[in-house]
Write a protein that binds this ligand. Structure first.
Ligand code: COI
Length: 375
């Protein structure tokens, strides 16, 4: 495949054909849908359809279909409900000004889901099936893609062990689904800096754990820390490494970047504990394109606090598919409370945010062919 081919919708279109469409006979009315997709909340409403395919140990993947969005019939003995064999992804469909609909780097999400599946001992979804399922769902529910800037159809592919069995073993039956949620900004209330609780008592993962995999368990494990932070007036939690409590790793559901006054930017290195974010990777590229040095390293919490206090660190921001780029204004724990710069969104943060959104919304050139046209 050449880099040009995914700008041509024929590529995803022909893949999407492997999913048979079972239409929803009772879709939302135009008025209801238009009301719903204009809502600013993240992840609260869902479109008319979902993608679904099934796997068995003997037969592999089969029954690729787009079906009406509905509760999943699941045996109470299903392994996922007991042992959490589940991985997921997050990506977005964007509506451009000319009415066309695009995905951002879906191939990167497909590859990451394969790596996550391997870690959880789940069967892999092929890159083509992943692309096909997302494209087929967006094609079927294209009217659900919002038009406003920062409003997107958030796609949530997920994979789980569905066979009824209480023994702990490699799954014999697995389901893969993609659902779609028209969504506004992850953090409501415009781009304002968030406060971060630095958690050093509860950890989301540890060495050799599942930190790099996008599995539900990591997010479940983050909640105690997250709510300790919320009790202290913070919006997000940042975890330090479980082994030494010295290094910053990632937030509850996002990566983190630190800008220094000489223009270089640091981000925690992918040490196995950290999710390899698609947004993280894209921002590193955009920074390098504009002449910034980016250093992936183990970031020492104490040094970061000192550098924020001295003005050596000028901006810090969170990044992820859902949150895009969100400025961080403050770090707090039981031992410190430090404001980054003047607590306002930084210049570099906002420039990168605008650039990334500009590419995603088709307002500026896409120099790395990250966008894939669906229709
Ligand atoms: C995403 O950014 O897509 C995620 O999966 C994070 C989640 C906490 C919404």
């Amino acid at each position: 495949m050449t880099t040009q081919s995914h700008h041509d919708p024929a590529y995803l279109d022909s893949l999407a054909e492997r999913f048979t469409v079972l239409p929803n006979d009772n879709p939302a009315s135009d008025a209801k849908r238009e009301g719903l997709i204009d809502k600013p909340a993240f992840g609260q409403v869902f479109s008319d359809s979902m993608a679904h395919m099934s796997w068995t140990k003997g037969e592999g993947w089969s029954d690729r279909r787009i079906e009406p969005y509905a509760p999943i019939k699941l045996d109470p003995g299903a392994s996922v409900l007991h042992y959490a064999q589940e991985v997921f992804e997050g990506l977005k469909a964007y509506r451009h000004a000319d009415g066309s609909t695009w995905l951002f780097r879906p191939d990167a999400n497909a590859e990451r889901m394969q790596n996550s599946a391997k870690r959880l001992y789940l069967p892999e979804v092929s890159v083509d099936d992943f692309l096909a399922s997302c494209a087929a769902l967006v094609l079927q529910d294209r009217k659900w893609v919002p038009t406003r800037r920062e409003y997107t159809l958030y796609l949530r592919p997920f994979l789980f062990a569905s066979e009824p069995f209480l023994g702990v073993r490699a799954p014999q039956e697995v389901d893969y689904c993609v659902i779609a949620s028209p969504s506004g900004p992850y953090f409501p209330g415009g781009v304002k800096p968030v406060s971060i609780w630095v958690e050093d008592k509860f950890f989301r993962t540890g060495p050799g754990g599942t930190g790099f995999a996008k599995c539900g368990g990591n997010y479940a494990a983050s909640l105690v820390g997250e709510y300790r932070g919320i009790d202290q007036g913070c919006e997000q939690v940042c975890f330090v490494d479980a082994a030494t409590k010295t290094y910053l790793e990632e937030l509850g559901g996002m990566n983190m970047m630190v800008a220094h006054k000489d223009g270089h930017v640091e981000t925690p290195s992918l040490n196995g504990n950290i999710l390899p974010g698609v947004t993280r990777r894209s921002i590193i590229q955009l920074l390098e394109d504009s002449g910034h040095d980016v250093v992936e390293k183990m970031i020492v919490l104490q040094e970061l606090l000192d550098d924020i206090r001295s003005g050596e660190v000028t901006e810090v921001f969170a990044c992820g598919t859902a949150a895009i780029i969100t400025p961080i204004g403050r770090f707090k724990s039981e031992d410190f409370d430090v404001t980054v710069g003047d607590g306002e969104p930084g210049e570099l943060t906002m420039k990168l945010r605008d650039e990334l959104l500009g590419i995603q919304m088709g307002e500026i050139e896409d120099p790395h062919d990250w966008m894939w046209k669906v229709c």
